[in-house]
Design a protein around this ligand. Structure first.
Ligand code: ATP
Length: 234
């Protein structure tokens, strides 16, 4: 479904990604783990059109998308839940969700997806008329995920959904990510919380200093002593 081939991305003279190769098949949950500053967010921004690569290709269903503008990439079916959530704090929950659907015109589909979201996160239905800024951190993460789903993506990109949340809320968010995947959305999950991410993913990549240094089935990486030592605190 998605393939990154030989990606090199720069911020000015600083090279953030070095010959990155990643592939994601339809239906998978794939995770990218790594320390602070490894280049995980840059990888997502490169896919979304925020920081186009200097060289290499991003292929979506075999077609290059690395030079498309972000709105065109969303229209193709790729939506991102950015790090730090970035919901609109002064807009209501409902208005935030409506914005997620701004490229769509299929009113019936939009209504269905709104119901789907309120089913996934009943708390958001209760807080529809509340402004985003008054929600708890966990609820804001739920809203950010929901807003991305309102674009009806076939591929959902998540940047550190566990950041700053209590363990019980993280559990909840991760089981919802599994449910969204089981309902047919392919997931690419960037996480520093390697333990949780590897538990729900099919396959995983490990990034260090802008390079992919390991790639394997998630359960094999969970059992790998090097990964346990460097990323799982064991
Ligand atoms: P984090 O978990 O902290 O978000 P990350 O793995 O997502 O880390 P990136 O944010 O992709 O890492 O950063 C990769 C490298 O690129 C880092 O060295 C970072 O300092 C640098 N970088 C990121 N954004 C910019 C920017 N806008 N301008 C210059 N350098 C940047």
């Amino acid at each position: 479904m998605l393939e990154l081939r030989g990606i090199n991305t720069y911020y000015g003279n600083i090279q953030a990604l070095r010959d990155v190769n990643i592939h994601i098949a339809e239906g998978e949950i794939v995770t990218l783990i790594g320390a602070n500053g490894a280049g995980k967010s840059t990888t997502l921004m490169t896919i979304c059109g925020g920081t186009p690569p200097r060289s290499g290709e991003v292929l979506f269903h075999g077609k290059p998308i690395q030079h498309l503008k972000p709105n065109k990439i969303v229209a193709l079916g790729i939506s991102q839940v950015p790090e730090g959530r970035l919901i609109f704090p002064d807009l209501t929950v409902q208005e935030n969700l409506d914005l997620g659907a701004f490229l769509r015109t299929d009113q019936d589909g939009i209504r269905q997806d709104m119901e789907y979201i309120f089913d996934l996160f009943p708390i958001l239905a209760q807080r529809k008329r509340q402004t985003g800024g008054t929600l708890s951190g966990g609820e804001q993460q739920m809203l950010a995920i929901s807003r991305a789903i309102m674009a009806r993506p076939s591929l959902l990109l998540l940047d550190e959904p566990s950041l700053g949340l209590a363990p019980i809320i993280i559990q909840q968010i991760f089981s919802i990510i599994e449910k969204i995947n089981a309902d047919g959305t392919t997931v690419f999950l960037v996480e520093q919380n390697a333990n949780q991410a590897l538990r729900i993913a099919n396959r995983a990549y490990v990034m260090e200093n802008g390079r992919i240094v390991m790639e394997d089935a998630a359960d094999r990486l969970l059992a790998n002593p090097d990964v346990q030592k460097a990323y799982l605190g064991m």
